[in-house]
Design a protein around this ligand. Structure first.
Ligand SMILES: [Zn+2]
Length: 122
């Protein structure tokens, strides 16, 4: 992020991270923290899936950067895409969320190297 927005400092602080939040198979950013549901429902805790952690942090970048510009990030689909790009920029992979499923290691969340990108929602 710093290579893209070097003067942006609104994410230069520790971000509260909650794990084993009640619920399963998802994660979320809520404006002040990133949150990961517990293992269960056929899913691993997404706190253990690195690119999902990057994705949730990416929501924070989207949120705080737009706020710094006097705007708000209200387009949910674009927010997901932008958060994916922050994550994939770190992993350098078109595939996001390998490790989602607790039994099938081939299940993923989204991929950007085929036409159908959205498979699961986080
Ligand atoms: Zn998301």
């Amino acid at each position: 992020m710093k290579t893209k927005f070097p003067s942006f400092t609104d994410m230069d602080n520790a971000l509260i991270t909650n794990v084993d939040v009640a619920g399963t198979c998802n994660a979320f950013y809520n404006g002040v923290s990133i949150n990961f549901y517990a293992l269960g429902g056929g899913c691993n805790s997404l706190a253990q899936v690195g690119d999902v952690v990057y994705h949730e942090y990416g929501h924070g970048i989207n949120d705080k950067f737009y706020q710094s510009q006097g705007a708000s990030f209200d387009n949910g689909a674009m927010g997901e895409g932008y958060a994916d790009i922050w994550a994939l920029g770190i992993t350098q992979s078109p595939i996001l969320g390998i490790g989602f499923d607790d039994t099938d290691p081939t299940v993923l969340v989204r991929r950007y190297d085929i036409k159908k990108k959205y498979i699961l929602r986080i």
